[in-house]
Design a protein around this ligand. Structure first.
Ligand SMILES: [Mg+2]
Length: 194
C-alpha cells in the first residue's frame, strides 16, 4: 500500500540561497536568503517533502566541479539543521546544450525547463512507496525556466522575486506562475500553507 505525499520542489540559487549573479563555488559564497530556512521548516512541518532541483551547468562549462556542487548541497542541509529541518532529496543537472561534454550530455533532458529531475524525484519516491500528488505539489523558483518546468510537470508553479526575479520575462512570454511572492518565506506563508 503506497502513501500519497505532497512535495515542495525548490530551485536552489536565488530561491533558497542568494544568487551572486555567477556560479557559486564555495561555502563562503553560499548564504541563505532571509527566512528561507524558516520557510523550509514550516513547509516540512506541514507535511511537505522538500526536493531541491538545480541547474548546475557550471560543471559542463568548467567553472565549478561536481565535488564543489555536492559539497554545497551538503552545506545547505547543514545550514537548514539550524532550523531543525532539511531537504529530503536534491538533484542537480551538470549539462548545458551550448557546452557539449561527453561526460554530461546524457543529462540534457534534466536541464530545466526540461522535467528530467522532477520525474526522477517522483520515480525515486515511488520506489520508496510514496506517490506524489502533483496537483497538490508546488515548484518554487526565481527564473522562468522554474515556472516552465513546474507547468510541464503538472505542478503548481510559484515565482519568487529574489535572485534573478524573472517576473517581467514570464509575463512577456506568457509562462505564468499561479502566484508571485517577494521571497520563499512569503511564498510558503502567503500561498502554500494558507
Ligand atoms: Mg535560481
Amino acid at each position: 500500500m503506497s502513501e500519497t505525499i505532497r512535495v515542495l520542489f525548490l530551485d536552489r540559487d536565488g530561491t533558497i540561497n542568494e544568487d551572486a549573479g555567477s556560479y557559486i563555488t564555495s561555502r563562503e559564497q553560499f548564504r541563505l536568503i532571509e527566512r528561507a530556512g524558516e520557510a523550509v521548516a514550516l513547509a516540512r512541518d506541514a507535511g511537505f517533502r522538500i526536493v531541491v532541483v538545480t541547474n548546475q551547468a557550471g560543471i559542463a562549462r568548467g567553472i565549478t566541479t561536481i565535488e564543489e556542487v555536492e559539497d554545497l548541497n551538503r552545506y545547505l542541509n547543514e545550514l537548514l539543521s539550524g532550523w531543525n529541518t532539511a531537504y529530503d532529496r536534491c538533484y542537480y543537472c551538470p549539462s548545458h546544450p551550448d557546452y557539449p561534454n561527453p561526460l554530461y550530455d546524457r543529462f540534457n533532458a534534466c536541464r530545466k525547463p526540461e522535467t528530467g529531475m522532477v520525474e526522477r524525484a517522483i520515480g525515486d519516491f515511488l520506489a520508496d512507496g510514496f506517490v506524489v500528488d502533483r496537483s497538490a505539489s508546488f515548484f518554487i523558483g526565481d527564473k522562468m525556466v522554474d515556472v516552465e518546468c513546474g507547468l510541464r510537470s503538472g505542478l503548481r508553479p510559484v515565482l519568487v522575486r529574489t535572485g534573478h526575479n524573472e517576473e517581467r520575462l514570464c509575463l512577456e512570454r506568457g509562462i505564468l506562475p499561479e502566484y508571485v511572492a517577494d521571497d520563499l518565506y512569503r511564498a510558503v506563508t502567503g500561498h502554500i500553507l494558507v
